[in-house]
Design a protein around this ligand. Structure first.
Ligand code: SAH
Ligand code: SF4
Length: 346
């Protein structure tokens, strides 16, 4: 709920509306959901308000760390048994949290572990926010290596297609970026929404007046290949997706991230680098090359490092800003969807 909704809900329970602000301060400011810590609320009201307005949503089913504790991945079980994953990644000077927007995903990209399992359901705004709140709390309480910290960046690059769960994701962006106590106070500029390319939803997002970054998972510059790597391309072609992306960039002034998973002998040829450069030339864009993280049983693997480097150099020679994504958490099934898939199997 937004701040006004919370006040109305508290009033409906027969409590003064300002209790909603107190609850919000506990949740978003002090990162607590425990009634016994809310000592400024009357003892009689605490339990009732927390039970009604802050029900437990996600239980940590499994936690895995690597990179000397700087990467921490959590598998969450929702109240109905659905599994979702989130990852905290600590870097010098920033902490990025990767969150899920859906349990599973219906977009069917064949290289993606989440896509292979199909869609279970949309997450609610609260379930998305709750992933971040849990991450923020473990950082604030120094439960992660590196001492106390705060979540500075959010990427919607966990399980699910955020723009297929538009209302909940938009609500989450607002709650994450509203200042404390209305929300978590994370700058919209530090939030990235990654999409497979749902054109009408990108256009709708463009009209919201946000300053979030948009990432587009392109993976191929040509429709022929993209039709197979990203099946939704059969509906919205490369040119249409990029048009919508450039309009988003124009409206927000933010550079669009073009995500490109490097798949050996599939999309890593020199001519495709040239074609990609032509598409992006003169645009407000930045390419993120991601070495493919092969999913179990996948016939595909990551590009040869030399080939990936040549691809990167080719883009750079054309004047396209390009970086290679730092891959965190490979040994902890870092590709989102892998942990959830393993849990469903057991
Ligand atoms: N559904 C959204 C966001 C979640 S996926 C999207 O597709 O953009 C986040 C990113 O991870 C996307 O760029 C996706 O293509 C990429 N990805 C998925 N599976 C991957 C894998 N096995 N290896 C590397 N990148 C992968
Ligand atoms: Fe869904 Fe993104 Fe995976 Fe495609 S890559 S199946 S859109 S989560």
């Amino acid at each position: 709920m937004d701040a006004a909704g919370r006040r109305a809900a508290v009033a409906e329970l027969g409590h003064p509306a300002y209790r909603a602000d107190q609850l919000s301060r506990h949740y978003f400011g002090r990162l607590t959901e425990s009634a016994h810590e809310m000592t400024d609320l009357p003892a009689s009201a605490r339990e009732e308000l927390v039970a009604a307005l802050l029900p437990p949503l996600l239980t940590a089913e499994k936690e895995l760390t690597c990179d000397r504790g700087m990467t921490c991945k959590t598998l969450w079980r929702a109240a109905d048994g659905a599994f979702v994953e989130s990852v905290l990644m600590r870097y010098p000077g920033r902490v990025t949290m990767c969150v899920s927007s859906q349990a599973g995903c219906g977009m069917g990209c064949p290289f993606c572990a989440t896509g292979q399992a199909g869609l279970t359901r949309n997450l609610s705004t609260a379930e998305i926010v709750s992933q971040v709140l849990n991450g923020a709390r473990s950082l604030a309480r120094a439960q992660m290596a590196g001492g106390p910290g705060r979540v500075s960046n959010i990427v919607f690059m966990g399980m699910g297609e955020p723009l297929a769960n538009y209302a909940s994701v938009l609500g989450a962006v607002r709650r994450l970026s509203d200042p404390v106590p209305d929300g978590l106070g994370i700058s919209q500029r530090a939030i990235t929404v990654s999409t497979v390319g749902l054109v009408p939803a990108i256009r709708r997002l463009t009209g919201e007046g946000l300053t979030c970054r948009l990432a587009v998972s392109l993976h191929a510059p040509d429709d022929e290949l993209r039709d197979t790597l990203v099946p939704v391309n059969r509906r919205w072609k490369v040119a249409e997706v990029l048009d919508a992306a450039w309009d988003y960039a124009a409206a927000t002034g933010r550079r669009v991230s073009i995500e490109y998973a490097m798949i050996r002998d599939i999309n890593d040829q020199r001519w495709r680098a040239d074609a990609l450069a032509r598409l992006l030339s003169g645009r407000l864009a930045h390419v993120n090359l991601i070495p493919l993280n092969p999913t179990p049983g996948s016939k595909w693997t990551a590009s040869d490092p030399d080939v990936a480097e040549a691809f990167q150099r080719c883009l750079a020679d054309h004047g396209i800003p390009v970086t290679v994504r730092d891959t965190r958490g490979r040994e902890i099934d870092g590709a989102c969807g892998q942990l959830a898939a393993a849990s469903r199997q057991t």
